[in-house]
Design a protein around this ligand. Sequence first.
Ligand SMILES: *Cc1c(COP(=O)(O)O)cnc(C)c1O
Length: 436
Amino acid sequence: MNDKKSAMRSHRVVWHPCTQMKHHEEFPPVLITRGEGVWLYDADGQRYLDTISSWWVNLFGHCNPRINAAIIDQLGRLEHTMLAGLTHEPVVELSERLSTITPGSLSHCFYASDGASANEIALKMSFHYWQQSGFPEKTQFINLQNGYHGETLGALSVTDVPIFRQVYAPLLRPAHPVLTPDWRFAEAGETPEAHALKAAAALESYLTQHHASTAALILEPLVQGAAGMGMYHPVYLQKAREICDTYRIHLITDEIAVGFGRTGTLFACEQAAITPDIMCLAKGLSGGYLPLSVVLTNDTIYRAFYSDQTSQAFLHSHSHSGNALACRAALATLDIIEQDNVIETNRHKTKFLNQCLQSVRTHPNVRHFRNCGMIWAFEVDNPRPDFTNRFAQMGLERQLLIRPMGNSVYIMPPYIINEEEMEFMAQAILNILNEI
Ligand SMILES: *Cc1c(COP(=O)(O)O)cnc(C)c1O
């Protein structure tokens, strides 16, 4: 199939996500026919290094032989069954393993398909817990400024990214965003840690007033992805945990983008040695292969729903909850993380890529260069109004799939990237910076 022709066909019938479709008149979508490792191949045989892990989901490359084999094996046994009244081996094993590897005692796993649905579940669960525990006035949620939790209406209510939120504001619940600990917003001379402590103080001052009406604080631990990979000091998480305990508020950590080793530890919460009351995982959970998300919670919350009354149960469902194929992909992903000692291996890769990016870091147009585990980001001083699209286009011309958010350029490659590919990626980014 001819590349241009099918791109036109796509334009006619596929309404692409997060896209002004008119832009595709000039730059049609790239028709990808095959993936292997960090590379995506188009119909003309051109290849592109997936520097952003296909929207942050891919961990071990495209068409990973081990994950492929697990899915194929599962396909011959059971593709899917509903999870009410029935259960299956992959979902049981995955739940056991997730409760073992996550911090603290998050021992109950509730499944959905997408990240946004996981956050919807977390919010409903927190609210419902308080309803059934003698605190019916706890109906509000707090979030961080610039936080992102997905785009369904409940998740969007706790999302603070104007471009996604503004139009829909009349449909959303009242928002209570508190100061972000993102160190890009620190004052001159203020360290990231001092800024994080200031943000924690702002959280506490909000809660001294509003704790009685607040059910939960939801946040992205360590890295605020959609804010342009804003990063913050882990002391904020420690303080937030203490403050939530003091004021009897649930702490919901949305590790949808940062879970499974992205920030350098298996889960971002580990860097602050805290356990949330509710934790949401998706994206890398299935190695990025299939839509799968999970909400983990502790026994205290679980017990509040456990009774003889059906009406006290958590009556929430999605058709594909705990899909067997997706669970097998997740189990294969966990196997790779363990067998290949991924956290340790990634530490060396992080060091190597930081060396490769030295000239990017010190580039005269680059500000706020930052790195956390396998995520890198920086702001580019460039007045072009079309900077974002232009940078992405120049990336494609240099074999990179890269999509800045505004003037924030970030890279978040699959963990299987090798040294040669890291050198190639860093050099291509430097060339774009010099030419744009
Ligand atoms: C991507 C993302 C979501 C939404 O997940 P979807 O699967 O796209 O619905 C929620 N929270 C965070 C932090 C994310 O990065």
